[in-house]
Design a protein around this ligand. Structure first.
Ligand SMILES: CC(C)(COP(=O)(O)OP(=O)(O)OC[C@H]1O[C@@H](n2cnc3c(N)ncnc32)[C@H](O)[C@@H]1OP(=O)(O)O)[C@@H](O)C(=O)NCCC(=O)NCCS
Length: 134
C-alpha cells in the first residue's frame, strides 16, 4: 500500500538513494539538496512499507503561482501510479492557482500531459542550469 504524505520527515540517505537511482545531479550536493527540499513550500513523499519510493516538491508565492522543481520515483517502482499520486496531492494543495509551472524532461512529457499539463503557449522555458541530466 502506497502512503502519500505532505508532512513526512525525510532522511538524507533515503533521499540520496532516490536521486542516485535516477541519476540526478542534485545528489552531488547533499547538504544543499536536503535544505532545498526541507525549505520547499510543499514536499510530498510516497512510501511503500516505509521505504521512500518517490517525492515531489513545490516552490510558490502562496497565492497565484507555483513551480514544481522536482518529481521523481524510484525506477523499480515506475509505472505503478506513484508519480500520479504525488502530483495529484500537489494539484489538490494548489488548486485554483493562476499558474502551475514545471520544466518537463522530454521523457516525462507524456506523464505530465496525462495530469493536465500542456505546452506553455508560445513561451519557451529558459534557464541558467548547473546540472547535466536534462
Ligand atoms: C516521470 C515519473 C515521475 C513518472 O512516475 P510514475 O510513477 O512512473 O508514473 P505513473 O505510473 O504515476 O504514471 C501516471 C500516468 O503517466 C503516464 N506515464 C508515466 N510515464 C510516462 C512516460 N514516460 N511517457 C508517457 N506517459 C507516461 C502513465 O501511463 C500514467 O497514465 P495513466 O494514469 O493515464 O494510466 C517517473 O518515471 C520518474 O521518476 N522518472 C525519472 C525522473 C523524471 O524524469 N522526473 C520528471 C522530471 S521533469
Amino acid at each position: 500500500m502506497i502512503n502519500v504524505s505532505m508532512d513526512d520527515v525525510i532522511g538524507q540517505d533515503e533521499v540520496l538513494e532516490l536521486y542516485c537511482e535516477n541519476h540526478w545531479s542534485s545528489a552531488e550536493k547533499p547538504d544543499l539538496l536536503m535544505r532545498a527540499l526541507r525549505k520547499s513550500d510543499a514536499l510530498v513523499t510516497a512510501r511503500l512499507d516505509g521505504k521512500l519510493v518517490g517525492l515531489a516538491n513545490a516552490i510558490s508565492d502562496g497565492c497565484l503561482v507555483v513551480y514544481y522543481p522536482h518529481m521523481l520515483v524510484h525506477p523499480t517502482y515506475h509505472g505503478r501510479g506513484i508519480g500520479r499520486k504525488l502530483m495529484e496531492a500537489m494539484q489538490t494543495k494548489y488548486a485554483g492557482f493562476h499558474q502551475q509551472m514545471l520544466t518537463a524532461d522530454c521523457s516525462a512529457v507524456g506523464f505530465y500531459k496525462s495530469l493536465g499539463f500542456e505546452k506553455a503557449g508560445m513561451a519557451e522555458a529558459m534557464w541558467i542550469y548547473g546540472g547535466n541530466e536534462h
